[in-house]
Write a protein that binds this ligand. Structure first.
Ligand code: ATP
Length: 251
């Protein structure tokens, strides 16, 4: 059995008296793409923030066997966790290239980040736009830049919060293809999505959150055929042209 990279065990997060995440357990194995699905308010963003250390959590969070539960954000980043928030948070008046360089900057002390050439190979569109201000990019290009900037820090686990948000279906498909390619290049990924159809096509394994709890879990193919998932998330959505998911064998 593969040793999990990320292990969350009975993680709970409360905002005052309101418990937004309730006893969530999940694992991400090395090189795997795991998705967390759920409707608005299900607790997805709160869960990611807890894993990253932005919010305090009860339960236990382990990364490559080490207990992260009490570690601050910076210590988690140093160990290889990276979170791309829903708002993407680019420096809009700076060029694409300067945004990428900033992604590497804070990792210099640990031996430097990824190199620009590698990012331009992975994201050819960004190479074409390297001198353009980030604020002038399209929504899909901004998401690509957010991913490339995170990768400049050479994360071992990349967590993405709704990368499809606000994008047209064809662009969603392109972003998802890119996420799948990053997994194929060896980066473990935790993908939070409301767009269940697009996410399940590329994921190996999935969890469905409802009211802060995991209500369904399984490999992507099983979830795609699960009546409850179909009824709730897949039944009425129009098909898009996202790529088929890689063989979903285990995690
Ligand atoms: P979305 O897709 O809208 O981002 P989500 O699944 O990410 O939804 P969360 O944003 O994690 O859900 O929210 C989970 C619950 O916690 C919701 O009921 C939300 O109203 C509540 N919540 C989120 N942030 C806060 C906050 N800062 N203070 C109080 N309650 C909050």
């Amino acid at each position: 059995m593969t040793v999990p990279m990320l292990e969350a065990e009975a993680v709970s997060v409360a905002y005052g008296k309101v418990e937004a995440v309730r006893g969530v357990s999940l694992t991400v194995a090395p090189g795997r793409l795991v998705t967390v699905l759920g409707a608005n308010g299900a607790g997805k963003t709160t869960l990611l923030n807890a894993l990253m250390g932005v919010l305090p959590a009860r339960g236990r969070i382990r990364f490559e066997g080490a207990d992260l539960t009490r570690l601050p954000v910076e210590a988690r980043v140093a160990r290889g966790l990276s979170l791309i928030p829903e708002r993407r948070e680019l420096f809009s008046t700076m060029s694409v290239e300067d945004n990428l360089k900033l992604g590497a900057f804070r990792f210099r002390s640990q031996g430097g980040g990824g190199d620009l050439g590698e990012m331009y190979r992975l994201f050819p569109r960004l190479a074409e736009r390297r001198r353009q201000q980030a604020g002038t990019l399209s929504g899909g290009e901004r998401q690509m830049l957010a991913m490339a900037r995170a990768l400049m820090g050479r994360p071992r686990l990349l967590m993405l919060d709704e990368p499809s948000l606000g994008l047209a279906p064809l662009i969603v498909a392109e972003v998802m293809r890119t996420v799948a390619r990053l997994r194929d290049e060896g980066v473990a990924i935790l993908l939070v999505e409301q767009n269940a159809r697009a996410a399940l096509r590329i994921a190996d394994h999935g969890y469905v959150l409802d009211g802060g709890r995991v209500v369904i879990e399984g490999d992507s193919r099983t979830l795609q055929g699960d009546a409850r998932v179909i009824e709730t998330y897949l039944g009425t959505l129009a098909a898009d042209d996202a790529p088929p998911n890689r063989a979903a064998s285990g995690r």
